[in-house]
Ligand binder design. Structure first.
Ligand SMILES: Cc1ncc(COP(=O)(O)O)c(C=O)c1O
Length: 462
């Protein structure tokens, strides 16, 4: 692996120029991708990098899979697009493939082309479901503080980060947000299970405060968000959330955009808890970045109400695009054939077994997550917790150093782009393609270990 010690240009400091001069608001590192293979990316100068976060936690298959290229080419040979008034077999194939892996009571799927679009689709389904079943006043969706569900105006309103949304106010109706399950806020001496019940009770309080007759849905990711990014709540939390939703006829929407399709070592994040939501939304891994694809799968109960006559008022030109659907079908086939969900569990265990090696670094306050989804929380001081001031450009510097060492990480780059609501550590996502081998996990951890050391030296963290 080529390792250059040259610190790459810092994003946000460059004026886009040359071929990039007309790309709106674009802050690339000065590394241009030439090709990709397996877990590796190659730049135009021939340097090799590990795709350490799988793009934005989205590349579940390896890059350049010949089977994916064959299926996409074959689909192009037949047709690239189906007129919406005609039957689209690829859409049906994808919906059936999804139903083969979702919980038995979740079968019908609506197909769109991106994660934000699909979250918005889910809240529209929730609203229309309640109207269809005669509960016209149920329209609000409750979400979590610091959560992230997308970048459209509605999904930004749903996400819980006022620092991001402040530039765009007024948003679409900003419904209620509650505190998530948090290990940070857990009082000393209170165990996780007991605390889980206290955290879940927030939902019941919020529903009662708003009026149960106005609340349509609750949406959350199966793992923590914001300062608790990657925290996995005890199953008791989700069981209690399920009970509360049932008690007030509030639909439970699991945003599985990141966790779906094997990332956590199970097909879906919610599988770990034995809790079945009313809707699951998928993005990222379902198309594994071979095509823009996202989908929402609804419970038979919701589906029934639409089959009974309420036509879902929705649809996008690219919804159910045959190329994207064909890609999704093949992704699911390959995940099964190559046993990649099992590999995610095994390689996830191998990765997390090296947790202590990363925790030796004074900047690493925590390492958490599940399967091939590990989140490092980086801080300036561990005790008491001290966070990097944005002016220190700690995240951009880490990006530069990891790139120089042959690792590409996704990052929030939240200094220049998106300020967090509360002070928090820098999240680093280790979420490589699910095809990774034990040797490649070791290479990744070696390079990360080295990069953290170099970064701490430059910033004087000790
Ligand atoms: C949990 C979650 N939901 C929704 C989205 C939005 O997906 P997209 O970027 O495809 O619009 C994301 C994106 O990171 C996400 O992490």
């Amino acid at each position: 692996m080529t390792t250059s010690t040259k610190v790459r240009n810092l994003p946000g400091l460059l004026e886009p120029e040359g071929d990039w001069r007309n790309v709106f608001s674009y802050h690339p590192m000065d590394v241009e991708l030439a090709r990709a293979e397996g877990i590796h990316l190659y730049d135009t100068e021939g340097r090799r990098y590990i795709d350490a976060s799988g793009g934005p936690m989205a590349v579940n298959l390896g890059h350049n899979d010949a089977r994916m290229k064959a299926v996409l080419t074959a689909q192009l040979d037949d047709y690239a697009y189906v007129h919406p008034v005609l039957a689209n077999r690829q859409r049906a194939n994808l919906c059936n493939a999804v139903a083969s892996v979702t919980p038995p009571s979740l079968n019908a799927t609506d197909v769109v082309s991106g994660g934000s679009e699909v979250v918005e689709t889910a809240i529209k389904i929730a609203r229309q479901y309640h109207v269809a079943t005669g509960q016209h006043s149920k329209y609000k969706t409750i979400a979590l503080n610091e959560s992230y569900h997308g970048m459209t105006l509605a999904t930004m309103a749903l996400s819980g980060n006022p620092r991001t949304t402040q530039h765009f106010e007024p948003l679409l109706p900003k419904w209620l947000h509650i505190q998530q399950y948090s290990d940070y806020r857990r009082p000393e001496g209170v165990d996780r299970e007991t605390w889980a019940m206290t955290c879940a009770a927030e939902l019941e309080r919020a529903i009662l405060y708003e009026g149960p007759e106005t609340v349509a849905a609750f949406i959350a990711t199966p793992h923590g968000c914001g300062p608790d990014y990657g925290v996995v709540a005890p199953a008791a939390y989700w069981r209690e959330i399920r009970r509360i939703c049932d008690a007030y006829d509030v639909l439970l929407i699991a945003d599985e955009v990141i966790t779906g399709f094997g990332r956590t070592g199970r097909w879906f994040g919610m599988d770990h808890f034995g809790v079945v939501p009313d809707m699951m939304v998928f993005g990222k891994g379902i198309g594994s970045c071979y095509a823009p694809l996202a989908a929402v799968t609804v419970s038979d109960r919701i589906d029934r109400s639409f089959k009974d006559g309420a036509y879902f008022v929705h649809g996008f030109t690219y919804g159910g695009h045959p190329l994207a659907c064909a890609a999704g079908v093949k992704v699911i086939e390959i995940l099964k054939e190559d046993r990649l969900v099992e590999n995610s569990a095994a390689m996830g265990a191998h990765l997390h077994a090296q947790r202590d090696r990363l925790l030796v670094h004074p900047s690493v306050a925590d390492v958490r997550g599940w399967g091939l989804f590990m989140v490092l929380e980086l801080v300036e001081t561990r005790s008491p917790r001290g966070y990097f001031a944005p002016e220190r450009k700690a995240e951009q510097l880490l990006q530069s150093i990891t790139l120089a060492n042959g690792l590409v990480f996704y990052s929030t780059l939240y200094g220049p782009r998106r300020a967090p609501m509360m002070s928090r550590g820098l999240p680093i996502w280790v979420s490589p393609p699910l095809t990774i081998t034990a040797g490649e996990v070791d290479d990744l951890v070696d390079l990360l270990d080295r990069s953290l050391g170099e970064w701490e030296d430059v910033l004087g963290v000790r």
